[in-house]
Design a protein around this ligand. Structure first.
Ligand code: ADP
Ligand code: MG
Length: 749
């Protein structure tokens, strides 16, 4: 997994950019509950009045406030207000807004302020509350005798309006230190009720003042709510844009990484020799380069989207939630703890199943591949039922694992909902008591609930990652296994090159070969030389090692002992490419590729002319077959050449080797599917065409090689006879036995 990290390098900028966007998204989403609490608290409950700083106030009222302010504070406040009376320049427009101007002057808050609203609010809150309370008390003095007794004030018998005027003008003569005693007594009463009570009373006072001035309080409220709501919409929209952008970047990163990994895995597999194919099995290599890479891709996507997002959301949520209320954090902690315990249990139950999943996918691929490619054999032997059972077993195995995992998740879901709803319930329960005690506002409680949800979701996201990660780790390991495997056959560091005057003589010196993992050597002490311009033939019973000998020449396997020389150069000292460039190979099992006849022939040499192709077709005796269809050379070839006969396939396969015009030809049992007549015609044509080339023919037919310059008889991996047909007829029992049995047959037919 760690080793696969290097594939993320080209996408680092994208990932960093995503993290930036996620940061923005998290902050936007975290800001929403705050606005919600403002809408509820300020917008609805406080009628859109945000703080105790009035935008306009009657001059008479302002002067009462000054009584309860120090002189410095008075100057600070005065600096930010302008007095409006009938002499002011914009009097008419002001009058429209503030009808009370008709009979008294007002102070209006300046647009460009010297002091922050927050600071002004601090200065004004207490005076406003005190003045407002005293005014309320003076309106009905008989209900508040106890309060005035506490303040040590005796009221003269006057009507309410005059009483207030008298009272405040009297207060203005009292020194400021004594005034603070009065305001202290009043504010303490409110603070005793609750932390936020003082602010709420101040805001209520401001609203009453606005009504007296004649301000449209409804529109103030509507404006506030609309503004906050609009901002919330805007933020949501921005968050949506961030989400889309991050998804896009994450997809590009994940898909790009997957593409790079897949291409590297494929390149690696291409370089694998037969040894590695035997080791991994083709089915597993297919799963590794497809399904496993897809696992990595989806996890990469999740990592970019969630792993960075969750901590930002979680930490931000915690900070903001604590801002709203410090007393309820333990509810969130309990919920998170319960969820972690829950998910840990699930994790340990599910982990082994996730691990099993990949090897079961391997298994199902293997069975499906075998059944499909062996379909004809399966039908011929009436083994459909058997194959179905085999597939069923693999299928049921993987289904059982997937069902188990899904059931587990299904059970997990309701439990998580229970915890989440329990969390909401707990917050409302405790929050309601705090609201009742006026130590918390309703909107703050609602915001706290939303933050709690965000924190829990952040934890859920992280833990979900821990559940998917193990599966990706398994996949990563499997991919890495392929990537770190060094092919058994490698090019030398300083490759030699074949001499310009390349002849193509092949020499086997004491070659011994054992298949990887086999106990017994397939070939032992093979010695021979195949000369240019001559035909060297290999004959022997099936399984004697003929194919093995010729497969060693293009280095499909490396020999165990001895050496193979071509023109005096050891084949392990040149590159595989330059070696195979010299060889025209017609395999025992001819394989064609999907496309046309032409595309299959051009496979040998892209630059071959039409005449070259035509000539090759003629020599390979495929002319008749090619011209028999209207499409001719453009005739369609299905995957694996399944729509042509075995003999036709062999002939096209031979033609393909001829197009290459190599100095060395290898025919591995390539004429086995041809009738004797075609075989003879092919041999004749070939002899003319191959001229100076070295030709190696593997066959079981004596007639094919009767005229060969050298015949090598192989039995059980050893050379048991070497010479021409006539020589061998006399010296080799095995050869003469094969020959006489076959020639009789041919003559009689
Ligand atoms: P033939 O003479 O019929 O062409 P081969 O050269 O194909 O015979 O096979 C020679 C021996 O090597 C046989 O016993 C066969 O079982 C064994 N053999 C062939 N291919 C492999 C392989 N890929 N891995 C292990 N043993 C093999
Ligand atoms: Mg063979």
């Amino acid at each position: 997994m760690i080793r696969l990290l290097k594939y993320s390098k080209p996408y680092l900028v994208m990932v960093l950019f995503s993290v930036g966007l996620l940061f923005a998204q998290a902050n936007l989403e975290l800001a929403l509950p705050d606005y919600l609490s403002n809408v509820v608290d300020t917008g609805i409950q406080q009628g859109g009045v945000e703080n105790a700083v009035p935008i306009a106030i009657r001059q008479s009222e302002m002067e009462r406030l000054f009584i309860f302010m120090s002189e410095e504070n008075e100057t600070v406040v005065l600096a930010d207000y302008t007095l409006i009376d009938e002499n002011s320049s914009d009097y008419d427009s002001y009058l429209e807004e503030y009808p009370v101007l008709i009979n008294q002057s007002i102070y209006v808050l300046n647009d460009d302020r010297n002091t922050e609203i927050k600071e002004l609010n601090q200065i004004i809150t207490v005076p406003i509350v005190v003045v407002f309370t005293l005014e309320q008390l003076l309106a009905n003095p008989e209900n508040a005798t106890e309060m005035f007794e506490r303040l040590n004030i005796t009221l003269p018998p006057l009507p309410p309006e005059e009483l207030a005027d008298f009272f405040f003008s009297m207060l203005s003569f009292i020194p400021f230190e004594n005034i603070t005693v009065i305001s202290g007594v009043i504010t303490e009463t409110f603070e005793a009720i609750g932390e936020t009570m003082l602010d709420q009373v101040a805001v209520a006072a401001i609203r009453i003042e606005y009504e007296i001035i004649g301000l449209d309080t409804d529109s103030i409220q509507n404006l506030y709510i609309l503004e906050a709501g609009g901002l919330m919409l805007l933020m949501t929209l921005l968050a949506v844009i961030c989400t889309i952008a991050v998804s896009y970047l994450a997809s590009r990163t994940a898909a790009g990484m997957a593409r790079d990994i897949r291409s590297d895995v494929f390149k690696k597999i291409e370089n694998f020799s037969s040894t590695e194919f035997d080791k991994f099995s083709t089915a597993s290599l297919i799963t590794r380069s497809t399904n496993d890479v897809t696992q990595i891709q989806s996890v990469t996507y999740m990592i970019v989207r969630m792993v960075f997002y969750a901590p930002i959301l979680g930490v931000g949520g915690i900070i903001r939630a604590l801002n709203k209320s410090t007393s309820m954090w333990w509810i969130i902690a309990v919920a998170v703890l319960v969820l972690i315990v829950l998910i840990t249990i699930v994790f340990f139950i599910a982990l082994p199943k996730f691990k099993a999943m990949q090897s079961l996918t391997d298994r199902i691929n293997l069975v499906a591949r075998e059944s499909l490619s062996g379909m004809l054999v399966i039908r011929a032997f009436n083994k459909e039922k058997f194959e179905e059972k085999r597939f069923d077993k693999a299928n049921l195995d993987i289904t059982a694992v997937i069902l188990f995992i899904n059931r587990l998740m299904v059970i997990l879901m309701p439990f998580m909902m229970l915890v989440l709803n329990g969390l909401s319930l707990g917050i409302i329960w405790i929050g309601a008591h705090q609201v009742a005690a006026a130590s918390m506002q309703v909107g703050d409680m609602m915001a706290f609930m939303q933050y709690a949800m965000q924190i829990v979701f952040a934890f859920l996201m992280l833990t979900m990652m821990f559940i998917v990660l193990p599966r990706a780790v398994v996949s990563g390991k499997r991919i890495n296994e392929v990537l770190v495997t060094e092919p058994a056959i490698k090019d030398p560091e300083n490759p030699k090159i074949f001499p310009d005057s390349f002849k193509g003589s092949i020499e086997f010196r004491d070659v011994t070969f054992r298949y990887p993992g086999a106990k017994k050597s397939a070939l032992e002490n093979i010695n021979f030389t195949a000369k240019p311009g001559e035909t060297t033939a290999f004959i022997g019973s099936t399984g004697s090692g003929k194919s093995t000998v010729v497969n060693l020449i293009p280095r499909f396997y490396d020999i165990t002992e001895g050496s193979i020389l071509i023109d005096g150069v050891d084949i392990r000292e040149v590159t595989q490419h330059s070696l195979r460039d010299k060889i025209g190979y017609v395999p025992q099992k001819s394989s064609l590729f999907s496309g046309t006849i032409e595309s299959n022939l051009l496979f040998a040499d892209e630059d071959a002319t039409d005449e070259d192709l035509q000539l090759a077709i003629e020599i390979a005796q495929a002319e008749e077959f090619v011209s028999s269809s209207i499409e001719g050379m453009r005739r369609e070839i299905a995957q694996g050449g399944s729509n042509v006969s075995g003999g036709q396939k062999q002939r096209l396969s031979i033609a393909r080797a001829l197009v290459k015009k190599p100095p060395i030809y290898i025919f591995d049992d390539s004429v086995s599917a041809l009738d004797f007549k075609t075989d003879a015609a092919l041999r004749k044509a070939l002899k003319q065409k191959t001229g100076d080339s070295t030709v190696l023919i593997v066959t079981q037919r004596v007639s094919t090689i009767k005229n060969a310059e050298q015949i090598i008889v192989i039995d059980d991996g050893k050379i048991v006879g070497k010479g021409t047909h006539d020589e061998l007829m006399k010296t080799s029992d095995i050869y003469s036995e094969i020959a006489s049995s076959q020639l009789e047959l041919e003559e009689s037919s």
